[in-house]
Design a protein around this ligand. Structure first.
Ligand code: HEM
Length: 483
């Protein structure tokens, strides 16, 4: 027995010696962390923003850290982001997306299938198709909001704002894209899909990092099963009101030879991709408006000039104040990692003239939340919500922000950028705008405690798109008294 243990220890030691990486002159500063193999994984997962700020103070704008056996080069200089965003040949988006898809959704799709699906989705979320989606979304939002409100104009209903925003937008998004209204999918069914989805969403960061405890693993699998059942392709027919995009997506998967099980898994992935960020973004927006009365007044005043009949159908209708308020919200709460896998060795040219070598097999990660979005060199009082931060004094859109004396191309990046930027950006913005317009124009919505502050963010969410709050903000609402 003792010999077996000694041998095992020797093998493990040899493994670490052989896989130990040393830094060469052309590499970015290397920080392995003290824990073998895991490296900095724990600190990274706990609060990535804090960890990356600490590393930046230690090493500067670029460094390589070891995270659960992988080497990740983190780049935090927005002036140098283009050298990553513009090179999809050496830096690949799909491989890491495939890793996450497999971990989270148990789904395997090929490079080709993903490229085809993306091209198809891009077409379905622009032009006339987008206009049709916006109008279906508007119809569902109107009906769901009406059903959510107390019938009586004197009674208030209370709820957490996060729950209010996420549940309504999830349901409206589900009905718009996946259908169900003409099916037997009653509102009770939809609520139960939302409840399951919320549980899954709550475990998602742990699933992605592979840190679920064994009981959580079982829970995750049983929720996955329930959501797969709800999304089984047979139920999602065009007759049930599902979108043209969903129909085309399913046809594409079938043509590509995906079996029913793979199709269902792909639908759950799409459910998360299309719904996971919009509800949280709408929550932060309404929350910041409610806790900043001058901002709320300014947005309401702008909305009051817009006709209630199909308010945003006419493209001539401009909403610079709302747009700035939303941009400011996303600056503070959109925190995706922009991750790429290095598929061939690459020389990275930094804006300050430095050059570094990126090694094949490593990952590169940008974290625009830390810089530019929360960078005090770019934004004064970056923690503060200033609804008019993206407006010039004459009311036009402000786009010139500076770092190190130079105007920035990327001064905020909630949607990513370049080839792999968000396909659903316009649809998401339209949805949030319509939702905010309906809530603020047709209903009374206010804080239960007028002195309430915004809840803190859940730090384990850094890196996964929109942040989520740790608690909630209690609000009350009712139909507006029109007399
Ligand atoms: C507030 C809402 C949203 C935010 C903040 C957001 C953010 C992002 C970001 C940051 C990326 C880029 C990831 C990267 O470069 O690594 C992305 C990609 C993507 N988004 Fe969104 N998104 C939102 C809503 C949506 C919606 C509603 C849809 C679909 C209708 C959508 C579909 C996609 C797709 C398909 C991609 C992948 C693009 C590719 O494969 O190259 N997103 N999104």
């Amino acid at each position: 027995m003792i010999w077996t243990i000694l041998l095992l220890v020797q093998v493990i030691l040899l493994y670490f010696i052989l896989t130990q990486r040393s830094r060469s002159k052309s590499d970015p500063p290397l920080d392995r962390g003290i824990i073998p193999w895991l490296g900095h994984a724990l600190e990274f997962g706990k609060d990535a923003s804090k960890f990356l700020n600490r590393m930046k103070l230690k090493h500067g704008n670029i460094f390589t850290v070891r995270v659960a056996g992988r080497y990740v080069t983190v780049l935090l200089d927005p002036h140098s982001y283009d050298s990553v965003m513009n090179d999809s040949e050496s830096l690949d988006f799909t491989r890491y997306a495939q890793v996450l898809m497999e971990r989270i959704f148990k789904l395997r799709l090929s490079h080709r299938q993903m490229a085809k699906a993306k091209a198809m989705m891009t077409l379905h979320f622009m032009g006339m198709n987008l206009a049709a989606l916006n109008s279906t979304m508007s119809r569902h939002l109107k009906a769901l909001l009406k059903a959510e409100m107390p019938q009586n104009q004197k009674d208030w209903k209370q709820k957490g704002l996060f729950d209010f925003s996420y549940s309504l937008l999830f349901k409206a998004g589900y009905l718009t894209l996946f259908g169900g209204e003409k099916n037997n999918n009653s509102s009770a069914d939809l609520s139960s899909v939302y409840e399951d989805y919320k549980k899954f969403d709550g475990l998602l960061t742990k699933i992605a990092r592979g840190t679920l405890k064994s009981d959580e693993k079982r829970t995750a699998q049983s929720i996955r099963d329930k959501l797969w059942e709800a999304l089984a392709p047979a139920g999602l027919t065009e007759d049930a009101g599902s979108s043209l995009w969903l129909h085309a997506y399913r046809c594409l998967l079938q043509e590509e030879g995906a079996d029913e099980e793979t199709q269902t898994k792909a639908l759950l992935m799409q459910l998360w991709a299309t719904q996971g960020n919009v509800g949280p973004a709408a929550f932060w927006l309404l929350g910041y408006l409610l806790t900043n009365p001058p901002a709320l007044t300014a947005v309401k005043r702008e909305f009051s000039w817009i006709s209630q009949e199909a308010p945003f159908m006419d493209r001539a209708v401009k909403t610079p104040v709302f747009d700035s308020a939303l941009e400011e919200t996303l600056r503070l709460t959109a925190a995706p990692f922009i991750t790429r896998e290095v598929v061939q060795e690459k020389k990275l040219h930094m804006a300050d003239g430095q050059e570094y070598l990126l090694r094949k097999g490593d990952r590169v990660c940008l974290f625009p939340f830390n810089s530019p979005q929360m960078d005090p060199e770019i934004y004064q009082e970056p923690q503060k919500y200033k609804y008019d931060r993206f407006l010039n004094e004459d009311g036009s859109v402000k786009k010139d922000f500076y770092k190190a004396g130079r105007c920035l191309k990327y001064y905020t990046m909630p949607w990513g950028a370049g080839t792999n930027g968000c396909v659903g950006k316009q649809f998401a913005i339209n949805t949030i705008k319509q939702f905010a317009y309906m809530v603020l124009t047709n209903y009374d919505l206010e804080l239960c405690d007028l002195n309430a502050q915004m809840p803190e963010v859940n730090p384990s969410h850094y890196g996964f798109g929109m942040l989520q709050p740790k608690g909630d903000l209690l609000v009350r609402y009712k139909p507006k008294n029109t007399h």
